[in-house]
Ligand binder design. Structure first.
Ligand SMILES: Nc1ncnc2c1ncn2[C@@H]1O[C@H](COP(=O)(O)OP(=O)(O)OP(=O)(O)O)[C@@H](O)[C@H]1O
Ligand SMILES: Nc1ncnc2c1ncn2[C@@H]1O[C@H](COP(=O)(O)OP(=O)(O)OP(=O)(O)O)[C@@H](O)[C@H]1O
Ligand SMILES: [Mg+2]
Ligand SMILES: [Mg+2]
Lengths: 267, 267
């Protein structure tokens, strides 16, 4: 019953990494055991958690393209109930190398199988694309969380995103469902934000009676407000809980942690 | 002497599209003839300029992978001195299809050659990656402008970005140089922003005496402040000049237009 969650959105800079790190930290603070997986060649999750991607012995890249590499040799213990499978800058090459393999989207799931039962949550941070790294995350996950900003261009990308999830669910992973959307860098005061949130709510309500992978999706409450501390803590290699446990950003992600716990399948 | 500019940053959501559109609109407002090229499979530039990417006869995708397609058949006249080579949602496939060709990074430059002299500026909007679409832009451009946010993770990606430009200049395009950085969604009040800007300035100053592609790069002034109007106008398919010509966002991009005109090689 480990919850394996892909944080995906092909739109860039919407808060995927910030959400993966700080939601994970909130869950760990509540006693959950959390494994982070960095699937982005930019290695921002890795940096954010205080690990130097140029200094890593074995990364997610080795795990994906080298049959010999074991997941145990890649996992780094971060303490406080958290562990990490780090990325390295070569990870972009994995998109190409995996391309040549059969069942290339299943590689990640096969490799992490031995570890899954040791964790309550496996949180996978995806790059801003719908390529092979994101597909590995979708093939492995049982849930998808979509971080997004309440902006027009963000809404545009949603149909492509959901279409991809639909395809993966039909052809690769029948368990896959969208748990919901996290509104990031949220400015609740603007008309634009309210309009986008309305459009999103209408869309999810309209899908409730159909058997879509997002038919049970919610807009997680609360939205995560813009807070400079959330942009500062990656430069110290810290989660927001380590950096400033009492700030608004930490409280927002703590509340999101509660919402995600409550959204457990069968909860 | 047409200025061919690639707007690139592999970091997502930093303002590449917003800057390409609104800087282009500012230049056109001043009388320049501007050709926009949308190289992003998300087709956000195309949407932002009021064109439906699902309704396009011939797109940049056809231009890149179909030897028969002429650039004249792809170009859409937008009026007011602006034209567009639109993207379509299949453009992601071009990254794969181009992969099989020889000299695949030179395809775009060859195709747009007939049109270049008709414009003062050719502005290419890149996706958040360092793949074949971005490489085509870099092989074609004589200048690179890097939109970025004054955040820690944005600074991290800069070295990879510059390394790529270095490689392209050495092996593919000796003309390529970085004109500068545009600070987007800028919040000048925060310590984080000042620290990042300081780090950037130090870095550029340190490169002045070396023959790097960024040795003449500047941080364009003024920074572009956060302004909800800039996030609203894409939903109307309008540039900021069309949407709200007197707002702060329009003024910031107008001032950037002046700075870019002043930064012309040999200006
Ligand atoms: N609530 C917030 N308040 C302030 N800054 C934020 C917030 N959330 C994220 N940021 C900052 O915004 C930028 C983009 O966020 P982040 O890197 O998490 O997005 P992403 O979707 O992972 O990007 P990419 O597509 O490049 O992987 C980062 O500099 C981050 O520090
Ligand atoms: N100065 C600004 N003020 C307010 N919102 C802005 C500003 N600049 C950009 N935005 C908004 O921020 C989001 C990201 O901007 P944009 O799409 O231009 O980035 P990008 O780098 O092109 O993203 P991608 O990497 O996905 O191509 C968009 O929703 C855009 O409308
Ligand atoms: Mg990220
Ligand atoms: Mg863009």
């Amino acid at each position: 019953s480990t919850r394996i969650i892909a944080f995906m959105n092909q739109k860039g800079g919407v808060g995927k990494t910030t959400t993966t790190v700080n939601l994970g930290a909130a869950l760990a603070e509540q006693g959950s055991r959390v494994l982070f997986i960095d699937l982005d060649p930019q290695a921002h999750l890795t940096l954010h958690l205080g690990v130097d991607p140029t200094d890593v012995d074995a990364s997610v890249y080795d795990l994906l393209v080298d049959g010999e590499t074991s997941v145990e040799s890649v996992a780094i213990d971060l303490g406080d109930g958290m562990a990490l499978l780090p990325a390295e800058v070569d990870l972009a090459a994995a998109e190409q190398d995996l391309g040549a393999m059969v069942d290339r989207h299943r590689v990640l799931g096969g490799k992490i199988k031995p570890l899954i039962s040791q964790y309550d949550f496996v949180l996978m941070d995806c790059p801003p694309s719908l390529g092979m790294l994101t597909l590995n995350a979708l093939a492995t996950a049982n849930e998808v969380i979509v971080p997004m900003q309440a902006h027009f261009l963000a809404l545009q990308g949603l149909s492509k995103l959901l279409e991809t999830i639909q395809l993966v669910r039909q052809n690769v992973n029948t368990q896959l469902r969208v748990s919901g959307v996290v509104l990031c860098v949220h400015d609740g005061q603007t008309n634009l934000a309210s309009e986008v949130v309305n459009d999103l709510e209408q869309f999810f309500n309209a899908s409730r009676k159909l058997a879509m992978p997002w038919s049970q999706a919610v807009i997680f409450q609360p939205p995560i407000r813009r807070n400079i501390k959330l942009a500062e803590c990656p430069s110290f290699g810290q989660t927001i809980m380590q950096y400033d446990a009492a700030c608004a950003g930490a409280n927002d992600y703590r509340a999101l942690g509660q919402a995600v716990l409550a959204a457990a399948p069968g909860a």
